[in-house]
Design a protein around this ligand. Structure first.
Ligand SMILES: [Zn+2]
Length: 466
């Protein structure tokens, strides 16, 4: 379906969209475009957490939503798209959405081409990369997307991972706080938006990273282990990744500045109402520290889970798909498998955090054992957050508005409200009955409606490689 009637007039005679202006012609991937678009007869879950509304019209002018409601008057010259039977939610804001992917047995690859298309095609209109393996590749990709030379979501880039003595070959392994300062200053000047500290960083080094980042107007998140959440909050951190799986502070074996191996295994009886857990939440909330849920990346390792969706294997490069399939079977059966009870606790932890008033966002983290590719993994998080006990409007809010709040862009994106940028996901059917995001049909980014299946088809078979 191509709805380009008055889009053509707009493109020729008025302000050219960046996609048309520079770069390649991506027209084949665009389904709906025009200066004034009315999406009519839709069910809207608007991202604010309120219940869904049926029979809505969303009027989009240029890149902005101008009105939403049951009685929006539709101008004569608007491109009217009747979407009866469809659901519209805000574009997803992925907060742990790397530009690279790891396939399991030591493989890793930048997915600048396939990952970007897969994110957008899956409804993810904004990403924070949350740890870069190749920071310049990310900065260049961001420029290309912004200037219409590549297809992808709006990007908030991150500096290299910053860790202690241990960590992978692409990470900055700190030897002292001076190095922390130097590298944060350097990458801040190069234009990254965030920094990500990693597992083996010490309190002193983390403090230096945070101080220097804040000096440059940047923010810091972390996948922690050697430092507990409350310690990181006291040091001034802005966001914490992976929820319970990365908070070692409840482990009886915890020693300052050391990462107790396999600590989350001891969390089977963790009581969400305990003083320990509630004070973590209180300190995070009092200091505006948000948490990022990445349930999907852990799911591959949880014993007894249902098999990975075939759609995941189908999108991957064949050799990677077979490897991931083997790993999923091995991980769930073998040593090191996550006890289902711990997975349930991690879900409970996230729900309790929100109940306490905490700001929870979500992201895919495509760097585990390969079963959570860009976009598809974000979509799986939707199902896992429902399983965790959140309602549909709450899950939508977590995956859109809350991400926008963490990034400080909630005045502009994250909800379906007049004045916001028209970043929207249109799904076939009633999302609240279907319970997953697989039927994503159109993804609007800045008022341009991309064809989800065409974007996804354009990378089928190469995901995991480039
Ligand atoms: Zn990560």
């Amino acid at each position: 379906m191509k709805l380009l009637a008055n889009a053509m007039a707009f493109l020729v005679f008025t302000v050219l969209s960046p996609n048309a202006l520079i770069g390649q012609d991506f027209g084949e991937f665009i389904a709906i475009e025009g200066d004034l678009i009315a999406l009519v007869n839709v069910k809207v879950i608007d991202g604010t957490g309120v219940p869904s509304q049926t029979g809505q019209t969303i009027l989009i002018e240029g890149d902005k939503i101008v009105s939403v409601g049951p009685d929006v008057s539709i101008p004569e010259n608007a491109l009217k798209v009747d979407l009866e039977g469809h659901t519209v939610i805000p574009g997803l804001i992925g907060l742990h959405n790397h530009s690279f992917y790891t396939g399991g047995r030591g493989r890793s690859a930048q997915l600048s081409f396939s990952g970007s298309r897969l994110y957008l095609g899956s409804g993810v209109t904004t990403i924070r990369t949350t740890g870069a393996r190749a920071p310049y590749e990310e900065l260049n990709l961001k420029d290309q997307i912004d200037s219409g030379q590549a297809i992808g979501p709006t990007m908030y880039t991150t500096g290299p991972y910053i860790t202690g003595e241990q960590g992978s070959q692409t990470m900055a392994r700190l030897s002292d706080t001076g190095q922390a300062q130097r590298l944060v200053e350097y990458w801040s000047n190069e234009g990254v938006s965030w920094f990500k500290a990693y597992t083996w960083i010490s309190r002193e080094e983390l403090g230096a990273v945070i101080q220097e980042a804040h000096k440059h107007g940047k923010q810091v998140t972390a996948h922690l282990c050697s430092v507990g959440y409350r310690e990181a909050v006291a040091l001034g951190i802005d966001n914490l990744e992976h929820g319970l799986f990365a908070n070692s502070e409840y482990a009886p074996t915890k020693v300052p500045d050391e990462c107790p191996p396999g600590f989350s295994g001891s969390y089977g009886d963790l009581d969400m109402n305990s003083e320990a857990v509630q004070s973590t939440f209180k300190e995070m909330i009092d200091n505006d520290v948000s948490m990022t849920s990445t349930l999907v990346v852990y799911e591959i390792s949880v014993a007894g889970r249902p098999p990975i969706d075939e759609r995941v294997y189908d999108i991957l490069a064949p050799e990677i798909a077979s490897e991931v399939r083997e790993i999923a079977i091995e991980r769930r059966a073998g040593q090191g498998a996550i006890d289902p009870q711990i997975f349930a606790k991690a879900m409970e932890y996230e729900r309790a955090f929100v109940q306490a008033g905490g700001l929870l966002a979500a992201g895919v983290d495509p760097t585990g054992y390969g079963a959570a590719p860009p976009g598809f993994g974000d979509q799986k998080n939707y199902e896992l957050l429902l399983e965790a006990g959140f309602s549909h409007p709450e899950v939508v809010q977590i995956m859109s508005a809350n991400g926008a709040k963490v990034l400080g862009i909630d005045k502009d994106v994250g909800t379906i409200e007049p004045g916001k940028t028209a970043d929207l996901v249109v799904l076939e059917g009633d999302l609240e009955q279907i319970g997953n995001l697989h039927a994503t049909k159109f993804v609007f980014k800045q008022g341009v409606g991309w064809d989800s299946s065409k974007l996804i088809e354009s990378v089928r078979g190469i995901v995991g490689i480039r």
